[in-house]
Design a protein around this ligand. Sequence first.
Ligand code: C2O
Ligand code: CU
Ligand code: CU
Length: 454
Amino acid sequence: LRPVSPGRYEITQRVADIEILPGIPTPMWTYDGTFPGPTIESRRGRPITVTHRNELPVPTVVHLHGGRTPAGSDGYPTDLVLPAGWTADHHTMPDPRAVRTRLTRGYTFPLDQRPALLWYHDHRMDFTAPALWRGLAGLHIVRDDAEEALGLPSGARELPLLIADRAFAADGSLDYPSLDGTLRDRPGVRESFRGGVLGDVILVNGVPWPVHEVDAARYRLRVLNASNARHYELEAVTDDQRRLPLVQVGADQGLLAAPVTHATLPIGPAERYDVVVDFADVPVGGRVRLLNRLGTGRTAEVLAFRVARRARDDSRVPAVLSADLPSWDRPVRVRDFSFRTGRTAGGHGWLVDGRPFDPARTDVTVSFGDVEVWRLVADVHHPVHLHLAGFRVLSRGGRPPLPHDAGLKDTVSLRPGEAAEIITRFDGYRGRYLFHCHNAEHEDMGMMANLDIT
Ligand code: C2O
Ligand code: CU
Ligand code: CU
């Protein structure tokens, strides 16, 4: 992806045939004809504009997940980029007079934020899950000088890994069970009311179960779970069944204060982990497999590294990673939000505090600059995401946070029946933002709410 001019990008959303399964074209909805979409790399504090042109057959919305973005560019679910000639009468449609004017839309991102792995994806009301599934997701990496000076593995030894499960019909087309419906009963492909949509093929950067050649050295893996609904618990296992330590250096919103070492790392939809793995003592020719302890059969595998050669390694993992991690105290308010299923006028829904999403309703108003504690409680697994404001996890189930809750997050994966407390300061911009479950099916079925910062 090349900027059209400094700080200005153009992306065309269009249908393209992508070769995901060897030799078979899969028609996908893409950003610029690739899956994942083009990776954007930015510098902290240097604003960019991305103009999106919609050549897909449906309206779209672009959201930069993890971005500290003014509300007008945050991709509100009814803020549509309409395709040419769109005339459908649908309840998510705004004023039809807008139809001719919104074939393209410019999004401005100030990127005045900590360096982090962000991602952009579709966010249209009631239709995010199928749009994500069909391919509308890409990475956006924000960097700065301080992070680069740390000496973490870089260049070819920094690997962004966008992990997503999908299901394919026999002709290679993507099968989204509730709309396409040919694969509902295939083992490993599941659409259930509680779980959301799962696929039986695990893709990493658009490739099923890739094998990546590495040096016998440290690598920085920047992992994103871009799946609609699948949770993973990752571990790195050698041929002789040794687990390599996963040294976490960053979370959703950038570097930790200090590294945290894990044997396994759970990751819910939309979460990111920045992890260093050292292949130095793996014999040349040996493999290290990244496995998913929550999967069965082939969904228990994610990708494999094959150690191709000995090599010199000047990288390091400093004991102190960052000194600018915000930590807030003295919240002015504590609020409670439940994430549960329940009855709605239209039947059953996924609800925040007993209500399905309504773009016309204010659910919470917070004052600009206030520090608040939010207590979130879940019935089943819900990865809860807050736009604009990175937060810290204060507790889970009344206990201290888990080791993988370290650092600044924008998505916290609540386990069944669990409550968690998060703390944040609402600043940056005023306007209407969202918080929601990032299980994409739950989100589309209403588990989303409006947050007005005034
Ligand atoms: Cu990743 Cu509201 O989105
Ligand atoms: Cu977001
Ligand atoms: Cu959910």
